[in-house]
Design a protein around this ligand. Structure first.
Ligand SMILES: C[S@@+](CC[C@H](N)C(=O)[O-])C[C@H]1O[C@@H](n2cnc3c(N)ncnc32)[C@H](O)[C@@H]1O
Length: 305
């Protein structure tokens, strides 16, 4: 077990890329899900899209979008992440801020309805969750006014949608809180503090509910797919670090919990392959909100007038 500090995964150079496991859905890696979606929607890259990405990390999925982009605004709360993407994409605008602040900043700069693609991959549950709970090494504390948190989170999603240009997309990938892996993660974090609404699916529910409401207001159409797949660890050590470094973020209480260490070991053993790799069942929610005047724009060409 490493001695890395709490949240080192997002705050220490190189740690995220080192600990991240590759994820495959139906044999397609997560980054290629995005690449395939781009091909399906835009055919060949024409470098003409205005792209915003929140929680961009080290630019893993940005790589797939870059050939399609005329401009990119890349935001992450981690300085380490922002300096990595600034090096990798020197022409991009970078924003080092919490996603909700970065969104507010772009709206205040009159950039509403200017982005063809507003994206967030494996990162939206954090800013949504922060309306409901405060997360620090000292523990996780539920905010006092949960009804207010729900209103603020809904407003945050509305603001994300406001960034999307007419005809553009809000695209997100979110973890599947119901998978056995994520249920184990939830049980572990419940040792630190209970989650609002009794689990970790609530951030996805907040997002989907707000996007459905936007669809009902005629602002666009929501498509939402859940894909089953696998997180693949080359060996047991990598799988162990995936849990303790990425899922548990080296949280001091969870790092010294021997019962939890045993539970993770038993879990990983059950998915160990003959070649020493560990194939952890995983799920991803792929969410696409298309900003079109709904329902009129959803008719086939010829029937819409
Ligand atoms: C799981 S990583 C995903 C990174 C990248 N999108 C990818 O798929 O490789 C989550 C990212 O979200 C960032 N993050 C976490 N909470 C955030 C917040 N509240 N605001 C902005 N970024 C946040 C982390 O620094 C990290 O880069």
């Amino acid at each position: 077990m490493t001695n890395e500090t709490f949240r080192a995964v997002y705050e220490t150079p190189g740690t995220y890329d080192r600990l991240l496991l590759r994820h495959f859905y139906g044999g397609t890696e997560d980054v290629d899900l995005v690449a395939d979606w781009l091909t399906e929607h835009y055919a060949a890259p024409a470098a003409d899209l205005k792209v915003a990405e929140f929680g961009c990390g080290t630019g893993r999925i940005t790589d797939a979008m870059a050939p399609y982009a005329a401009t990119m605004a890349l935001a992450d709360y981690g300085e380490v992440m922002v300096s990595a993407v600034a090096r990798k994409f020197p022409g991009a605008e970078t924003i080092c801020a919490d996603t909700s602040d970065a969104v507010a900043q772009l709206l205040a700069a009159e950039r509403a309805r200017t982005f063809d693609l507003v994206t967030a991959f494996w990162s939206l549950s954090y800013p949504i969750g922060e309306f409901f709970e405060e997360f620090s090494a000292a523990g996780v504390r539920l905010r006092n006014d949960q009804a207010r948190a729900a209103d603020q989170a809904g407003e945050f999603v509305r603001d994300l949608v406001r960034l999307v240009a007419p005809g553009g997309h809000l695209l997100a990938m979110l973890f599947d809180a119901e998978s056995p892996e994520q249920q184990l993660v939830t049980r572990a974090w419940e040792k630190v503090a209970p989650f609002p609404r009794g689990g970790r699916a609530y951030t996805r529910e907040v997002l989907i509910d707000a996007l459905r409401a936007a669809e009902s207001r005629g602002e666009g159409t929501l498509s939402h797919t859940r894909l089953g797949g696998v997180a693949w660890a080359p060996d047991r050590d990598a799988a162990h670090e995936w849990f303790f470094g990425v899922h548990f973020k080296h949280h001091p209480q969870l790092m010294k919990d021997s019962e939890l260490a045993r539970e993770v070991d038993d879990f990983l053993e059950s998915f160990e392959m003959a070649n020493g790799g560990v194939a952890i069942p995983s799920g991803v929610h792929f969410i696409d909100f298309h900003a079109v005047a709904h329902p009129y724009a959803s008719l086939p060409i010829g029937l819409e007038s």
